[in-house]
Design a protein around this ligand. Structure first.
Ligand code: IYR
Length: 218
């Protein structure tokens, strides 16, 4: 049994809640996934703080079933680029359905992933399917849910810190486990190139669903 202590909670007035939630909405809605990154470096401390923010996420039985692997070695980045482009080439030339390709066409994506070498850091988020407990495999709980929440918090914290990323999934991603020498209980979940946007970065003009489309009240 854990020791229990009083919750550290600061209440807000209703006016303040409305004001703050509107500010959060405005700020978070300005976040965009980008594919054109600058090679400009930023302090590693920022990235570590963002990762630790993500790692404060709720998780099944507080197992925190994740590892954030920071890749800064240019040789490894280019190895990752090569392996990712190999998979993506196959995806774009036969593995993805026609409907899928048609859905992606307006985004203008293809199998080329130069940003994997441009960015100062790639973060590979691994989910930890089980833990080794004295030679015994003990499964973690709600692993996808837990890691998904941590990934969302990572993305928002990074945005608050003034940096950008892309949730990249060059599937299948098992090459990352191999290149990065990760153990069998870790599976690549997301690949997140991190950096400043390039000065000429462009993003597609797209809209998000309206309140009426995403909220139902019963
Ligand atoms: N992983 C590929 C294809 C791709 C798939 C989806 I779903 C996207 O939203 C965007 C891209 C790529 O990164 O190009």
């Amino acid at each position: 049994m854990y020791e229990f202590k009083p919750l550290d909670y600061k209440s807000k007035s209703e006016e303040e809640m409305i004001r703050v939630s509107n500010e959060i909405l405005e700020n978070c809605s300005s976040r965009r996934s980008i594919r054109d990154f600058s090679d400009k470096k930023f302090p590693r401390e920022v990235l570590e703080n963002v990762i630790m923010t993500a790692s404060s996420a709720p998780s099944g039985a507080n197992k925190q079933p994740w590892t954030f692997c920071i890749v800064e070695d240019p040789k490894i980045k280019s190895e990752i680029r090569k392996a990712a482009e190999k998979e993506e080439y196959e995806n774009y030339h036969g593995r993805m359905s026609d409907t899928w390709l048609a859905d992606l066409a307006p985004l203008g994506t293809d199998w080329n992933k130069p940003f994997l070498e441009t960015v100062p850091y790639i973060v590979v988020l691994f989910k930890r399917v089980y833990e080794d407990f004295q030679g015994e495999k003990r499964n973690n709980y709600y692993v996808n849910e837990s890691v998904g929440i941590a990934a969302g918090m990572f993305i928002m914290a990074l945005h608050q810190a003034g940096l950008a990323t892309l949730t990249h999934t060059p599937s299948p991603m098992n090459f990352l486990q191999k290149i990065l020498g990760r153990p069998d209980n870790e599976r690549a979940y997301l690949l997140l190139p991190v950096g400043y946007p390039a000065t000429n970065a462009e993003v597609p003009v797209l809209t998000k669903k309206s309140r009426e489309e995403v909220i139902i009240t019963i």
